[in-house]
Design a protein around this ligand. Structure first.
Ligand SMILES: *Cc1c(COP(=O)(O)O)cnc(C)c1O
Length: 456
């Protein structure tokens, strides 16, 4: 076998050693915007009492109106992280101690933990094997008289099946919260995600499509929910004169305020989102074409009547058809490609996150205090957090799911060709790889995965 056909993991020449280009997020527009805020000397204009600056300063308001005018949302409320946004949305929806919130278990932990702060209890529904988002049929099986809301996550940038979810919510009078952290600018059947349900929003942390370092934005078309979100964001207890008891509930506030500098950066970033989404779609289309018909590998299809943000490209892996284990495949493909630089992750990962119900917080039912609150408010034996409750999620985590994160700007279709060449070469050498390479257990808990992302 010639050295270029021989897999790199078995001593052959890799497909590529030249590192992939870094993501560059900050440019001239952000620098000018930050300089203007510094020159103004007002780095935050929020005041935590009722009055003119209760909702923030000029840049905050500009940033929020950039979201409403770009996507037609009625309200946008900036916050200092999307985790803070999720907690705020849960509070605004009136979740009370003992209320149940149906969540997917295959998501960033905060999608589920956000309800715990108000005494809400996550009940986990399984995911759809094609969208990787919460499965409406599984939601119906989780509904009890205590269910108050459905947390929908548009995972990896693919919109969830909102029509079916809204129908269930209407039937049982449930609130729908959309965690669109990975899906900014996505349209589900022509409607922008975030306000298809009652309230939703986006993350602006460093790793997301656009960012402000840390940050988030809540969106809603509901005036009452928007008002409640603004109270929770900024010491709502100081602006409650004349409110009814019901309206006061949950509106004690926090300090979840985004700064003027972050907001100014955010406005410049939002102007770039459409371009990023177009690039990602182009790269994925190219990669998908190149991978078509390969044994054992199936990239997620583009949604038929909707758009996709391609935060990551998910793929199904079939070990039998590929002729090797998922771990052997990933190791062999990574050996063909350049080592990641700095904050960049590897070009291929397996499994995503451990199903959330298997993590210690649910296994031990310890969240607020030491006595098991709020889990101790649920009937005995409920909710069930046992292994096996969400078989599709567990199968994706343990066996089937691969994620390709390099479908991002500023990469090009020629970079995608290298990824496709690496994958093709590995599959052509399945027998030798299967016989030689050791399978490794690369499935980490979410915390271990976060620590392992090579922060140097
Ligand atoms: C990133 C992310 C969050 C949390 O957002 P932060 O801004 O980091 O707090 C929540 N849910 C999902 C699905 C995410 O990807």
């Amino acid at each position: 076998m010639s050295n270029s056909r021989k897999p790199a993991i078995l001593g052959g020449t890799p497909v590529r050693t030249q590192p992939f280009a870094h993501r560059v997020t900050m440019g001239q527009a952000e620098q000018v915007a930050v300089r203007e805020v510094l020159d103004s000397d007002v780095l935050s204009a929020f005041i935590g009492s009722a009055g003119k600056f209760f909702n923030g300063g000029t840049r905050v308001l500009e940033f929020e109106s950039a979201w409403t005018s770009t996507y037609g949302f009625k309200h946008a409320i900036s916050v200092n992280s999307w985790t803070a946004g999720l907690v705020t949305a849960i509070g605004a929806c009136g979740i009370e101690p003992g209320d149940e919130v149906i969540c997917p278990p295959f998501t960033m932990s905060a999608s589920a933990t956000s309800c715990l702060f108000y005494g809400g209890i996550p009940v986990f529904a399984d995911i759809d094997p094609e969208t990787f988002c919460i499965d409406p049929a599984s939601i119906e099986r989780c509904i009890t008289p205590r269910t108050k809301a459905i947390m929908v996550v548009h995972l990896f940038g693919h919109p969830a099946d909102m029509d079916a979810i809204l129908a269930i919510a209407a039937k049982h009078s449930l609130k729908v919260i959309e965690d669109a952290a990975q899906a900014p600018g996505v349209f589900y059947k022509g409607r922008p995600v975030g306000t298809i349900g009652d309230v939703g929003g986006f993350s602006l942390n460093f790793h997301k499509h656009i960012h402000t370092g840390e940050g988030g934005v809540i969106v809603t078309n509901d005036d009452r929910l928007a008002h409640r979100c603004r109270l929770i964001r900024n010491h709502g207890e100081n602006a409650m004169e004349g409110m009814s008891d019901e309206e006061m509930a949950n509106c004690i506030g926090n300090n979840y305020r985004l700064t003027e500098i972050q907001s100014a950066i955010g406005t410049a970033q939002l102007a770039k989102l459409k371009g990023h989404l177009a690039t990602r779609t182009l790269l994925v289309d190219h990669l998908r074409k190149r991978l078509q018909g390969l044994p054992g590998l199936r990239p997620q299809a583009h949604p038929a009547e909707s758009t996709h943000a391609y935060y990551l490209l998910p793929m199904h892996f079939d070990a039998q058809a590929a002729g090797m284990s998922r771990s052997q495949f990933v190791q062999a493909v990574l050996a063909e490609l350049p080592k990641p630089q700095g904050f960049e992750g590897t070009a291929l990962t397996e499994g995503y996150v451990k199903p959330l119900y298997l993590t210690p917080i649910y296994q031990k039912r310890i969240a607020i205090g030491t006595k098991g609150f709020p889990f101790n408010l649920a009937p005995a034996g409920w909710p069930v957090y046992d292994k096996g409750i969400c078989p599709v999620t567990e199968r994706m985590y343990e066996k089937e799911l691969l994620l390709c994160p390099v479908v991002r700007e500023p990469l090009t279709t020629s970079d995608m060709d290298d990824v496709a060449d690496a994958i093709t070469k590995v599959l052509e050498n399945a027998e030798a790889i299967a016989a030689t390479v050791q399978s490794e257990n690369r499935l980490f808990t979410p915390v271990e995965a976060a620590i392992s992302t090579d922060v140097r």
